[in-house]
Design a protein. Structure first.
Length: 454
């Protein structure tokens, strides 16, 4: 594997100049040398590349199609969800694979090295399983084989339409599995991952406290067999009210009292928490999986990032609905939401680190944890999940240290991303994925019948 040389690099010890990184055939970093002579692949500003901690790939095909108001003047997340269910009835396995490949390509071009796919579209329209129960999981892995992205696959357990354990609606029926069938699905999804490089991972995702029985949430870590456990938690006011009425506790309170929440867990959104819940959940070691662009789009609310980080909480970033896949914009939106709520500036900065540095350090470490992946730092023994920014860009020229991150996140955008490696696989060069033309052609072909039907 060639050496990667950078004029500046962010290492665990801080910023360094003239850094050479050597990677072996397994995709792991074998050496990191300061003050090295330029050789191998030369780049500008080398950073660890974080994981995209939460994605529903198929929703990318809905981007821009749900921005009109319906007949209900109270249009909200729940009306958006009904539109999503109608869209779901049309998707074929071939279309899901084409959409997933586009999503993964766009993630890589934005600077993510890993796709943590919260995958709940399992069955045929009408709810009947495919002849191969893991057909749709295989489509996600086939997309990852094409794009080269690191994949953490999270098959989603989804059984009920609400806390009263009512039947799934027509829109939800493609998601549904009882516990026995879901256990078989997990086994088959694990076999599907064997087609991918060894850095792929399997976890489990009980969808939410509304969609599975309480015992299935509690038992999820055992089903994950050491892999990560992801759960939607406290996203919407109506969700909190339903769970409170059914369980006698708010969702965060119930989870903390009934499950052994630790660093195996990633709780998605958490936009409807009270102060005591934020502090208690932060102290468990679990990661808060934040999706600021989607949370803004759906009107979920604002995550209490200031209080969470002040109590040593861990965070990761995900693109969720994939309405817009942009790492820099996710980080900017997260920080700006705190400023707007509190009428402050640099809300997440500390005396030691700028806003950009604190956010980037947090999502690299938290993303690796939530993906179950040995990455997040440029260090010997870590997977070579790396990204490089263009040091000739007008907003980065002459900048050093943390100002590089601040200028990228707050003054620039993902067009500054020049190179991306996932476990040493050099997938993005000069800002472009190596298979962009083939992937976009397949996506356009897949989308045409969908758009005609919609």
């Amino acid at each position: 594997m060639p050496t990667i040389w950078a004029s500046q690099a962010l290492l665990p010890t801080g910023w360094a100049r003239d850094v050479a990184v050597e990677v072996d055939e397994t995709g792991h970093i074998t050496s990191v040398t300061h003050d090295a002579r330029p050789e191998g692949h030369r780049t500008g500003i080398l950073l660890p590349a974080p994981a995209n901690a939460h994605s529903h790939a198929f929703q990318r095909a809905m981007a821009g199609l749900t921005e009109s108001r319906g007949p209900d003047p109270r249009d909200s997340f729940w009306t958006w969800r009904r539109l999503m269910y109608r869209f779901l009835d049309l998707l074929t396995p071939e279309q899901v694979q084409a959409i997933a490949a586009l999503v993964q390509m766009e993630m890589l071009e934005a600077g993510y090295a890993t796709n943590v796919e919260f995958h709940y579209l399992h069955h045929q329209p009408g709810g009947a399983p495919y002849d191969d129960l893991s057909e749709m999981s295989q489509r996600i892995t086939a997309a990852a084989l094409q794009t080269g992205i690191g994949l953490t696959l999270l098959p989603v357990q989804y059984q009920f339409g609400g806390c009263d354990q009512r039947d799934l609606t027509t829109g939800q029926i493609r998601f549904g599995n009882d516990p026995a069938q879901f256990a078989r699905l997990m086994e088959e999804a694990s076999r599907a991952l064997t087609a991918l490089p060894e850095d792929s991972r399997l976890g489990v995702a009980p969808h939410s406290l509304r969609a599975v029985a309480p015992e299935d949430v509690i038992n999820a870590p055992q089903l994950a067999q050491g892999g990560p456990v992801h759960l939607h938690l406290a996203e919407q006011v109506a969700e909190v009210e339903e769970i409170s009425a059914a369980y006698g506790q708010r969702p965060v309170e119930w989870l903390l009292d009934n499950a052994h929440v630790n660093d195996q867990w990633c709780l998605i959104h958490c936009t409807q928490m009270e102060h005591h819940e934020t502090i208690a959940l932060a102290q468990t070691g679990a990661v808060a999986g934040l999706c600021p662009i989607t949370e803004s789009s759906l009107g979920d609310g604002i995550f209490d990032g200031v209080r969470w980080l002040d109590h040593h909480g861990k965070i990761a970033i995900g693109s969720d609905s994939n309405i817009r896949i942009s790492l820099s914009e996710e980080l900017r939106t997260l920080d700006y939401s705190q400023r707007l709520r509190d009428r402050s500036r640099a809300a997440l900065a500390t005396p030691e680190h700028s806003t950009g540095r604190r956010l980037f350090n947090a999502v690299c470490a938290g993303g690796a944890q939530t993906a179950g992946r040995n990455s997040g730092h440029i260090a010997v023994g870590q997977l070579a999940d790396l990204m490089a920014l263009d040091d000739s860009h007008i907003d980065l020229t002459g900048q050093t240290g943390d100002k590089l991150l601040d200028c990228w996140i707050f003054a620039g955008d993902d067009r500054m991303v020049r190179d991306v490696w996932s476990a040493g696989r050099h997938l993005v060069q000069d800002g472009r994925h190596h298979a962009r033309d083939q992937i976009t052609t397949a996506y356009t072909r897949a989308m045409q019948p969908l758009r005609d039907a919609l």
